[in-house]
Design a protein around this ligand. Structure first.
Ligand SMILES: [Zn+2]
Length: 477
């Protein structure tokens, strides 16, 4: 790469500092688990996160060739860890590769892409590069929704504690939100973000509110109204359906809350709905492209809806055609490599989203990173005989229809070797199992063009939780 030595040294030094901060933050602060109880400690934490955010912003301001160099260095660092993972070692070996070959991007691009099915049933310890005890791992739990994955991914606590926090902070500052002056308050409200185990994204800033809005009690509502009234200048992080609920509540109860910003993750909102919600809340809404194995991978461009600027410092994103090639601007499978999770490496992973990658050396919004246009979310795919695929979503959609809707409480689809799936049903009406099962089997067989063998099973709801590995699961609304 033709980069002046001085620039290369500068980038290397920056990368080193980022890695160092990543180690420092959990070492200094996580053991304390103090959640802003100690304000001197909090100020030190904030100072570190702010300087890390500054480093991230300085990387983003580099010219394209220099950013490429930075990404390549992070890739090299990642591959040094990949060697320690038994599963990846075996995967690469099976494709006649060795991690030592992979320090250059051209070789890296020979790794066959992975998908959720690759990891179904694999013990976590086989993928990890070290011990994955709770001390330095954070569990990302499968959401159980349509995007449910067969595998629960562990993130390195360092990412959660420093890297992701700094990415949030950099983003907030780019939106004109002064973290430094507001930081000593708990300024982020995570509304109904399930899974307290990963609250650590901004541990010292965050206040979680969990209210089941499917059927909230009046107490729940009062608690929420109170929190919103107190939320002067807060940032709210939540999901599309939940922010709609929140905005409705703000309007119904005439809450005059100066919420600064709403960050929406876990799905895209329709333009009209988003406009309406933003008006009700009186603040801008920013959407993310995120997957549960990685966290936030890209942030929506302020000028173009459904276009996302890639967080190049922590995710390497490619868009690949069926034959594994890529061409700029062309539609294909979004393929993600997580650059910062050295605990459980994720290389060339295809979560099932289709998109286009547009090189962007000068977007109207002044961001320089490539733009990812999300085309469609296909979710996990089942591979059929002859190599075609069937989106799991098409099967789970059946549940919205009669006679399944009333009769089936939950469903799991487990992909087995040799083009076979097990469909597991927990019934609301156990007496209907036979009828429902044979109907469903016939419909799925038809969808697959008879290129899939299917077995139907019934479980009691109580047993349901312990089953696995789960290809995908659907919890009915
Ligand atoms: Zn832009």
């Amino acid at each position: 790469m033709d980069l002046p030595l001085k620039e290369r040294i500068h980038i290397r030094f920056t990368a080193l500092r980022i890695a160092l901060y990543g180690r420092l933050v959990p070492f200094l602060f996580l053991e304390e688990n103090s959640r802003a109880s100690n304000s001197a400690l909090f100020r030190r934490y904030l100072a570190l996160i702010l300087s890390l955010a500054q480093l991230i912003k300085s990387i983003r301001a580099l010219p394209p060739s220099a950013r490429k160099y930075f990404v390549m260095m992070r890739l090299r660092r990642l591959m040094r860890f990949v060697r320690k993972s038994p599963w990846w070692w075996e995967y690469l070996r099976a494709h006649n590769m060795h991690t030592l070959d992979l320090s250059v991007p051209e070789h890296f691009k020979k790794i066959p892409p992975t998908s959720p099915t690759h990891f179904a049933g694999v013990p976590r310890s086989h993928i990890a590069t070290g011990s994955i005890d709770a001390a330095h791992a954070v569990l990302r739990r499968a959401s159980g929704g349509l995007s449910g994955r067969p595998f629960q991914w562990y993130l390195d606590r360092r990412i959660i504690a420093a890297d992701m926090a700094a990415h949030y902070v950099a983003l907030l500052e780019e939106q004109g939100y002064d973290v430094k002056s507001r930081g000593e308050k708990q300024f982020v409200i995570r509304f109904n973000c399930r899974g307290g185990e990963n609250r650590g994204i901004l541990p010292h800033f965050t206040k979680d509110i969990t209210v089941t809005h499917k059927d909230p009690t009046s107490q729940d509502i009062e608690r929420l109204v109170h929190a919103l009234e107190e939320a002067s200048g807060a940032v709210i992080i939540t999901s599309p359906s939940e922010i709609v609920f929140l905005a409705q509540l703000v309007e119904d109860r005439e809450i005059r809350t100066p919420i600064a910003l709403a960050l929406v993750t876990g799905g895209a909102m329709h333009d009209n709905e988003r406009h309406e919600t933003s008006k009700r809340l009186g603040c801008p809404i920013i959407q993310f492209y995120s997957i549960q194995e990685v966290g936030i991978a890209a942030t929506e461009c302020r000028r173009r809806s459904r276009h996302y600027h890639v967080h190049e410092e922590r995710t390497f994103i490619e868009v690949l055609n069926e034959d594994g090639s890529s061409s700029p601007g062309e539609k294909g499978k979004i393929t993600i490599t997580a650059l910062d999770n050295v605990l459980m490496p994720l290389l060339r992973y295809q979560p099932g989203t289709m998109g286009r990658l547009i090189p962007s050396d000068g977007c109207d919004c002044l961001q320089q990173s490539p733009l990812l246009a999300i085309e469609e979310e296909r979710g996990p795919l089942i591979v059929l005989r002859h190599g075609e695929t069937l989106p799991v979503r098409e099967i789970t959609r059946l549940l919205a229809q009669d006679p399944y809707f009333e009769a089936v409480q939950r469903m799991q689809i487990i992909e087995r070797p040799n083009f076979h799936i097990d469909i597991v049903l927990a019934m609301n009406t156990p007496g209907m199992f036979k009828e429902v099962a044979s109907l469903m089997k016939a419909q799925v067989e038809k969808m697959s063009g008879k290129n899939l063998s299917i077995a139907m099973h019934r479980v009691d709801f109580a047993d349901y939780q312990n089953r696995g590995p789960v290809f995908t699961s659907l919890e009915k609304p």
